[in-house]
Design a protein around this ligand. Structure first.
Ligand code: PLP
Length: 359
């Protein structure tokens, strides 16, 4: 393992040694009290991070599996939904919905910005069954104001479905207080764990939609998963990703110990520190200040993104990401989420400065 490489990517992120060590243990059989007790504890920790009283379901998949599962479990064929897209992940959610014969009304926001609430207010109608939106758009480094939109969604009949894959555990997210009906996240971003688990919580209102949903599902069936989860000794319908659960449980323990509010404050502090350094280099952000993310910063690079990324990795052992889709060589994206501290931010700023000097 290349222990010296630092992952300053928008996921997967650095996994703390404590978490890695847990995963090196021998297998626990999943139909035992030992596993059930760990799984119970795990769910309580997830509920704390989600800030919800709802059960949090765990599936063996990356985040995209969680997005797909939320479509097939919540909606029915021919349902009409409003999907807000501010980048690649919003577009992905729309693509998934269309595959399942959902009628997608798409509100496209120029990349680099977040949505304006007035635009949602004027587009959402009684015909829509759900409002689907990304919290932190990892492809651009812009945020949507999920809290404010949640105030507007209070007591609405439409479901409020939020992709929080790259925000949960770093940027304040309060499922219950913000009236979110379906909240989706994954293990490999701010939750400091390896890729492979998706997490989904569903509100009471959401479960009503689930009862009516007519899209076929077998493995990713929320109801089946919830019935097993709500038992005194919780289990999963099929063999769970035991090692990933044991590892992520350790990462959640660390988050709980630091306190979720403190974790969010640390992310804000480190993001500010990083942006300050970037500004001092005279570089330009891709995202307006108003929408800037505390987990991903994107910087304009004018056809140099891939070269800068290569130099930072080969000469400084710092892994970052270039743009996605049409932004491939136009921006670099630097992740500062999960297991990050001041020293890592300083090293990244130094490497970036040296790489820029070469051009
Ligand atoms: C990473 C990410 C996903 C899921 O991507 P996977 O590669 O399937 O884990 C979904 N939405 C957002 C906003 C993400 O950052």
């Amino acid at each position: 393992m290349n222990i010296d490489k630092i992952l300053m990517t928008p996921g997967p992120t650095n996994v703390p040694k404590r978490v890695l060590n847990k995963m090196a243990q021998n297998m626990i059989h999943h139909r035992t009290d030992e596993f059930a007790n760990i799984f119970k504890e795990f769910n309580e920790r997830l509920k704390y991070v989600f800030q919800t009283d709802n059960t949090v379901l765990t599936f063996p998949s990356s985040g995209t599996g969680g997005l797909e599962a939320s479509i097939v479990n919540m909606l029915s064929k021919k349902d009409k939904v409003l999907i807000v897209s501010i980048g690649v992940f919003g577009d992905r959610f729309a693509d998934i919905a269309r595959i399942y014969d959902i009628e997608v009304d798409k509100l496209d926001v120029p990349w680099g910005k977040g949505v304006e609430i007035k635009d949602i207010k004027s587009r959402l109608t009684d015909e829509h069954k759900a409002l689907i939106i990304t919290h932190n758009e990892t492809s651009t480094g812009a945020n949507n104001d999920i809290k404010k939109i949640g105030e507007f969604m209070k007591n609405k009949k439409q479901l409020y479905i939020v992709d929080a894959v790259s925000s949960l555990g770093a940027i304040e997210t309060k499922m219950d207080d913000w009236n979110i009906d379906v909240l989706v996240s994954g293990s490999q971003k701010a939750l400091m764990s390896p890729p492979g688990l998706s997490f989904i919580a569903v509100s009471k209102k959401g479960w009503k939609y689930n009862q009516k949903s007519n899209i076929p599902k077998y493995y990713f069936d929320f109801k089946k998963a919830k019935d097993r989860m709500d038992k005194e000794l919780p289990q999963t319908p099929y063999t769970p990703a035991v090692s990933l659960i044991v590892g992520t449980n350790e990462a959640l323990k660390m988050i709980q110990k630091e306190g979720i509010d403190n974790v969010c404050k640390r992310h804000e502090r480190l993001a500010c520190m990083f942006r300050e350094g970037v500004k001092n280099m005279g570089l330009e952000f891709f995202v307006d200040e108003k929408y800037q993310s505390n987990t991903v910063t994107s910087i304009k690079m004018k056809n140099k993104a891939v070269d800068i990324k290569t130099i930072m990795e080969e000469e400084f052992n710092i892994v970052i990401a270039a743009g996605q889709g049409k932004l491939k060589n136009e921006i670099i994206r630097i992740g500062h989420m999960g297991c990050v501290d001041e020293e890592m931010i300083e090293k990244t700023l130094h490497a970036l400065e040296e790489a820029i000097k070469k051009f």
